[in-house]
Design a protein around this ligand. Structure first.
Ligand code: MN
Length: 211
């Protein structure tokens, strides 16, 4: 979806730093975006710098063909490239909701009813997955061969995105919530439901169903 290539650059957040308050505060977003995400970008560029043959590849091309990456930088590209890809999608998954009720609408709402029975059931499955994920990682909503599925990955790993197409992503690394919620991951997951950008999720779904 994103055709950026080396040298990768930190794109601005798609909303103001204080746009997600009171659910996620601006201090967390400054650290998360300006420091954590920026470090992944710097380290990805450092790893790729001596390999000009990789400089025209997009992030998806790099991550989907890790076997083609020289072995000495493969782990660095997987971890740091994953860190860039995952944060782009995580930040794109959120927005400032103008209403207190933040529900999916359009085709994504139909698909959620079809595969999880109701939005409430989706929320409880999503929350269960996010709470059960041990250590650091992500919870994904993916579109796979016409169906919706919740998938968890550890560290900065990505699901095999060539066959499973990502719609929505929740970062459950502690740096995503510790300043706001300390050890209360459950409260952070609840807060995330209030800031999900469902129209963006619906746009992703439409791209995949048309392709
Ligand atoms: Mn993060």
């Amino acid at each position: 979806m994103n055709h950026q290539h080396y040298p990768f650059q930190l794109e601005p957040l798609p909303f103001a730093y204080d746009a997600l308050e009171p659910y996620i505060d601006q201090t967390t977003l400054h650290f998360h975006h300006d420091k954590h995400m920026n470090t992944y970008i710097d380290n990805l560029n450092k790893a790729l710098n001596p390999y000009p043959q990789l400089h025209n590849q997009s992030l998806e091309e790099l991550l989907c063909h890790l076997e083609a990456i020289p072995e000495e930088i493969r782990t660095a590209v997987k971890n740091n490239g994953g860190g860039v890809y995952n944060h782009q999608l995580y930040f794109a998954s959120m927005h400032h909701s103008k209403t207190t009720e933040n529900f999916p609408a359009g085709e994504i709402a139909n698909k959620i009813s079809e595969y999880f029975d109701s939005y409430k059931d989706f929320q409880s499955e999503w929350k269960k997955a996010a709470l059960q994920l041990f250590g650091s990682g992500y919870v994904w909503l993916v579109y796979d061969k016409g169906a919706l599925e919740i998938v968890c990955t550890p560290n900065q790993d990505i699901p095999p995105i060539l066959c499973k197409k990502p719609l929505l992503l929740l970062d459950v690394w502690e740096h995503a919530y510790y300043l706001d919620y300390q050890n209360r991951r459950s409260a952070y997951i609840d807060a995330f439901f209030s800031v999900i950008n469902w129209s963006k999720v619906d746009q992703h779904l439409q791209i995949y169903t048309k392709s």
